[in-house]
Design a protein around this ligand. Structure first.
Ligand code: HEM
Length: 230
């Protein structure tokens, strides 16, 4: 829903998913199970249940944060590797090295364009720009990840680089809750694709790929590949 780019369609999709979750929560109250959502429905902090709005918004957040992000990351990470046959071949024969490359792949091309809104609590000067107090600020994650002051040759994918400090999962108290899960999913997906399809290659030149117009999530509309022997 964040990948469409048209504000009215994004709003309609946001309302639709909230409506779906409201109905699902109502049904689960009648007929409960053992899913994460069932557990959230009965979650208490002291005597304080999550409110209906908090429940719906948390359920929507988990779907969007836990699905759009990783689905797009798997696509862009695979594209990055398909454009570098040497790295691809190495990982195909040494899939145990995939976890070590994940942070560099996340730094090189993050599926999340901006961190969540922050607000200045006092006036700050950043990069020569004065920002007064109480102003919403959004960090452009991709730009931070390719800051030449932080990374040497930032536009180069460097498997030997220590990229652990990248900002693709955000920073601070709201840093991505699902980061370890995301890495586990990415490792499983890349390992499966690389080992099951030894002849995997792009079906079209990379400059003909279509990127989604987005306000939050960065990713490909499709990644056409060939799997048969060349
Ligand atoms: C490659 C995959 C992923 C990336 C790049 C990613 C990135 C991010 C970013 C940038 C934030 C905002 C951090 C900030 O503003 O400081 C965030 C928050 C969050 N992510 Fe992820 N995420 C990914 C996968 C997941 C997965 C699989 C889940 C699991 C459900 C998840 C759950 C969350 C939640 C719940 C938050 C909100 C945390 C909070 O506000 O305290 N994410 N993520």
């Amino acid at each position: 829903m964040f990948t469409d780019g048209q504000p009215d369609r994004i709003d309609a999709a946001s309302h639709a998913i909230a409506g779906y979750m409201t109905g699902l929560i109502a049904r689960k109250r009648q007929d409960s199970g053992d899913s994460l959502l069932d557990r959230l429905i009965v979650a208490r902090y002291g005597a304080d249940r999550l409110t209906e709005n908090e429940l719906v918004s948390l359920a929507c957040l988990l779907v969007v944060a836990g699905h759009e992000t990783i689905a797009n990351f798997i696509g862009t990470a695979l594209l990055t590797l398909l454009q570098r046959p040497g790295h691809l071949e190495h990982l195909r024969t040494h899939p145990e090295d995939i976890p070590r490359l994940l942070d560099e792949l996340l730094r090189y091309d993050s599926p999340v364009s901006t961190a969540t809104f922050r607000f200045t609590t006092e006036p700050v000067c950043l990069g020569g720009t004065d920002i007064p107090a109480g102003i919403p600020v959004q960090v452009a994650i991709g730009a931070a990840n390719r800051d030449p002051g932080r990374y040497t040759e930032p536009d180069r994918l460097d498997p030997g680089r220590d990229a652990v400090g990248h900002l693709s999962f955000g920073h601070g108290i709201h840093r991505c809750l699902g980061a370890p899960l995301a890495k586990a999913e990415a490792e499983l997906a890349l390992r499966a694709v690389l080992t099951r399809f030894p002849h995997l290659r792009l079906a079209v030149p990379a400059d003909q790929l279509t990127w989604r117009r987005t306000r939050l999530v960065r990713g490909l509309a499709a990644l056409p590949v060939l799997t048969g022997s060349p």
